[in-house]
Design a protein around this ligand. Structure first.
Ligand SMILES: [Zn+2]
Length: 310
């Protein structure tokens, strides 16, 4: 859920869509680009989408787990997120000083000086993806057939934008499989197909494309080329503000041994585990629905309402 689709030339259309959402009280501005509060009606859409993905996950027999929107720094380090997306991550900093340091802190706050440099990194960072906390749960030998998790929650990515579909703090809902190379690919492929069908049934015009993640820097260009070539990650896209540059609202990503290796996860027969996740960008789906069907969910097509609120 991280391609940089939707930037620049069409920003005007995105700004107009955002203004409509803000005027209608659906999005509540905070003074920071890409950071919003939500109305009750918006939250009901989010919850309906969570429930819909949850019904699919239950059908698959996934284990539902819940985690806070912060991740242990040690786990984060092992995900190698910094290798690919250092510019998107968010770190938590805390005050660990004594009385004297506190006086200095207050002096700096009062005088408008830089007080942040008195803080130190905490044991946690903001969650970049919902699935990261499940890998340490799998360390060791997997059961036959691997493991399947359902997990959703708040994620943070630092990419301020006027595009309402590019929020810094947003809701992601994932179904994650850890198993063999074959079962990981199968989960990605079946999940993509099912996800596209579920979202299509909500009246969204869906297509699937190879993901084009915004890997950082010079090394990133090479990684991005490899990603497209191997088509490890696919995205379900739908036009929100632009038909030419549709927005990724879900992804199906095979990580191979990217998590199996650092988290020491083995398949039942003792080889390095592979993993894949099918991720739904719940906020982007909610926005796509609001764009497609209007800002009043009570007036959405009956078939769409019946699927969301069965
Ligand atoms: Zn994931």
């Amino acid at each position: 859920m991280s391609t940089r689709l939707g930037h620049a030339p069409d920003d005007a259309a995105e700004a107009v869509f955002r203004a409509g959402l803000v005027d209608a009280g659906v999005l509540l501005e905070t003074g920071v680009e890409g950071l919003y509060g939500h109305s009750a009606a918006y939250q009901q859409i989010v919850e309906a989408l969570d429930a819909m993905v949850g019904r699919w996950a239950a059908e698959l027999g996934a284990t539902a787990v819940h985690f806070p929107p912060v991740v242990s720094r040690a786990t984060f380090d092992d995900t190698n997120y910094l290798q690919s997306f250092p510019d998107l991550m968010g770190s938590v900093h805390v005050f660990r000083g004594d009385d004297r340091a506190h006086s200095e802190l207050l002096r700096r706050v009062a005088s408008g000086a830089d007080w942040q440099s008195l803080l130190e990194p905490a044991e946690v960072v903001l969650a970049s993806a919902s699935c990261h906390p499940v890998y340490p749960l799998c360390t060791g030998r997997l059961p036959e057939g691997g493991r399947l998790f359902e997990i959703h929650g708040w994620c943070f990515r630092h990419e301020p934008s006027v595009d309402p579909a590019r929020q810094q703090a947003f809701h992601m809902h994932e179904v994650v499989h850890v198993g063999t190379p074959e079962s990981a690919e199968r989960h990605r492929d079946q999940g993509l197909e099912r996800g596209l069908a579920m979202l299509g049934d909500l009246g969204l015009e869906m297509a699937s494309v190879a993901a084009n993640d915004p890997f950082f820097g010079r090394l990133g260009t090479i990684m991005a080329e490899g990603q497209i070539e191997e088509a490890l990650k696919l995205e379900g896209v739908t036009p929100i503000c632009s038909v030419e540059r549709p927005t990724a609202v879900m992804s199906a990503n095979c990580h191979r041994d990217h998590f199996g290796l650092p988290f020491s996860i083995e398949t039942a027969d003792g080889s390095v585990a592979h993993s894949s996740c099918v991720a739904f960008g719940v906020d982007r789906i909610a926005l796509a629905l609001l764009h497609a069907h209007g800002l009043t969910p009570a007036r959405w097509p009956a078939g769409v309402r019946a699927r969301l609120w069965p």
